[in-house]
Design a protein around this ligand. Sequence first.
Ligand code: ASP
Length: 310
Amino acid sequence: MNRFSIAIHGGAGTLVKGLMTADLEAKYKAALNTALEAGYRVLENSGSALEAVEVSVKLLEDSPLFNAGKGSVFTAEGNHEMDAAIMEGATLRAGAVSLISGIKNPVSLARDVMEKSEHVFLAGEGAMQFAKSNGYSIESADYFYDEVRYQQWQGIKGSDKFQLDHSVKKDGKFGTVGAVACDVNGNVAAATSTGGMTNKKWGRVGDSPMIGAGNYANNKTCAVSCTGSGEFFIRGVVAYDVSCLMEYKGYSLQDAASEVINDRILRIGGDGGLIAVDAKGNIAMPFNTEGMYRAYKNSEGKKEIAIYKD
Ligand code: ASP
């Protein structure tokens, strides 16, 4: 039996120790723990990595603490536009959605694109039609309303500024979410989901739903889910870059992930982090920001839930 493992993240950013109340910190850790354990249970029961990452990401989407699903940030027009992607390392099948609204769990819609359509990536109105034709109900704006998110938006509404959820206000809430897993059969998978940036407009899309940029999985190498300044992560093709360093240069997971986050992406000005797993169940979780909400658990009994550098 292969060693199995799962890692999740809830966004990277200016997470400085001491700026969050102990109570809020405990809430973040509890939410991460719930999502981690649910995904781990799938793997423990010999479920697939694909199933595990969807289960974990759904729970993170359901939490108002993270910038995905329920906790998504406000756009310039006062709406929520969400992006998500999922990929299976055994088959290289992938599904992604972008600029969708009113969907409780974008990651499940991304999985349906992968499994129930001939396509990989559906966006906007068309993605919504696909959702409706697959029986998705549309949640009202109330479901996604969050006072803190609203205030974040009020701070820059009407301006040309847009704000990465994790990098501006030191007391802000952070968090695109993601999960990567390796199952008992050595299959890997990755899923990522986000509300993008506060006050975003013009149909802005970040790295999260882009296969190879914010999300990628390949049994030959690894599964990766990213968080950070999306424009830079797109230009750096970050998730695929980690995979390429392993495939073409023979790097270990740890070395590949670290080189991309602590060197290659930094050189073009990108900040953020990623979680990654290889087909042997090894895990890497590098970030070049002050912190990253993150957690992992493996079948050897190792488990960690952390926010700051140490
Ligand atoms: N990468 C995401 C985006 O640019 C944001 C994040 O990671 O929080 O949309």
